[in-house]
Design a protein around this ligand. Structure first.
Ligand code: ADP
Length: 355
């Protein structure tokens, strides 16, 4: 692994709890890792520790095989060859684009600087903009200049902390895809922080889900969604609810009994022995619930929100249980209507029952 974080702990002197606690993961050269989690879960603190801006209280950080941070030891931030992009682009307003981008190139011979500036500006699709000033550019363009500036000195690792959070939603999504292409073209290894799932999915090779200073899972998007390691990951990624279930085995067939009726035709399911008496909670995602007027199971629409090609319905069963369902938007139903639903679950994800 190119970046290796082991059992990392970071704490602030004025707070009893560690902001980052026992976090371990590895990032391969050329990969883009994304840290996601609710506000205050420790994403920025972790990034700052990797950058050398916060001291390490325990564990270690290795970059290219060298320990750059451990308790009581840290390579100075300016010697780590790490580039950074933050949400407030922090361009120098009085310097033109060319000088902004050249800012970190003082180690490069003067004769080569202009060529490097032109090269990275082309990479971010802003070729020829050297003489413009930041105030003449849009927010998205300014953020691309900030990215060019961070890439110019060819850092070993690029850290990006919510770089799009000041931009409007449409632009964010486009920039997320652009950013991935730019980083891949630059063969950069990058660690990106966001609280936005769509952004994480658009950019990441691998995603880490954080909660209260802990890293719950470090995996690709598909695995996070289909095999969440903890209840927190299951509820944070994608839309879903937990429902009481009982796994039973009869005549060699495993069935999962739920308020929605029995789940059958599963590709994967734990055995009843995994839980006391087979009792557990099953994760039901909105795409596990199918609208089917012929189904005996009925549910009432409590809420609906438009998602373009589909609606996301929040439904309540007679038992009082709530589930969510994606329903194509040409099906017209109103809040309060009862509709037939059926569960179609390939991979049954279960957790020990809570409480
Ligand atoms: P995130 O980036 O996920 O929103 P942070 O890393 O900023 O989370 O914060 C993690 C925890 O550390 C939070 O509880 C936050 O209040 C605390 N924290 C962040 N910065 C400081 C600081 N400079 N001094 C004390 N506590 C801090």
């Amino acid at each position: 692994m190119f970046l290796e974080v082991s059992q990392l702990r970071v704490r602030y002197p004025n707070r009893p709890q560690s902001a980052v606690d026992g976090v371990s993961f590895g990032l391969r050269a050329g990969d883009i890792g994304v840290l996601i989690g609710p506000s205050g879960c420790g994403k920025t603190t972790l990034l700052r520790a990797v950058a050398g801006l916060e001291p390490v209280a325990g564990g270690e950080i290795r970059l290219g095989g060298t320990v750059i941070g451990s308790a009581g030891h840290g390579v100075a931030a300016e010697d780590r060859r790490i580039g950074m992009v933050f949400q407030d682009y922090a361009l120098f307003p009085h310097l033109d684009v060319g000088r902004n981008v050249a800012f970190g190139l003082h180690r490069l011979p003067v004769s080569e600087r202009a060529a490097r500036v032109a090269q990275v500006l082309e990479l971010v699709s802003l070729e020829g903009s050297q003489a413009q000033y930041p105030h003449e550019l849009s927010g998205g363009q300014q953020q691309r200049v900030a990215l060019a500036r961070a890439l110019a000195p060819q850092p070993q690792l690029l850290l990006l902390d919510e770089p799009f959070s000041n931009l409007d939603v449409d632009l964010r999504e486009r920039l997320a895809h652009e950013l991935r292409s730019i980083l891949k073209a630059a063969h950069a290894t990058a660690l990106f922080v966001t609280h936005d799932q769509q952004e994480a999915f658009a950019i990441a090779d691998v995603i880490g889900v954080m909660h209260e200073g802990h890293l719950h899972q470090w995996d690709d998007a598909y695995t996070l969604y289909h095999r969440p390691a903890t209840r927190f990951v299951a509820s944070f990624i994608g839309h879903g609810v937990f429902t009481n279930a009982r796994i039973v085995e009869q005549d060699g067939h495993v069935t999962v009994r739920t308020h929605l009726g029995p789940l059958t035709d599963m590709l994967e399911c734990p055995l009843p022995s995994a839980y006391p008496e087979g009792r557990c909670d099953v994760l039901l995602r909105a795409d596990d619930i199918v609208h089917d007027e012929n189904s005996a199971v009925k549910a009432q629409i409590m809420r609906k929100s438009f998602r373009g090609s589909e609606f996301l319905y929040t439904l309540q069963l007679k038992s009082g249980d709530t589930v969510m369902a994606h329903v194509p938007s040409h099906h017209i139903h109103n809040v309060g209507d009862w509709i037939g639903i059926r569960a179609a679950v390939d991979h049954v994800v279960t957790f020990a029952r809570e409480g």
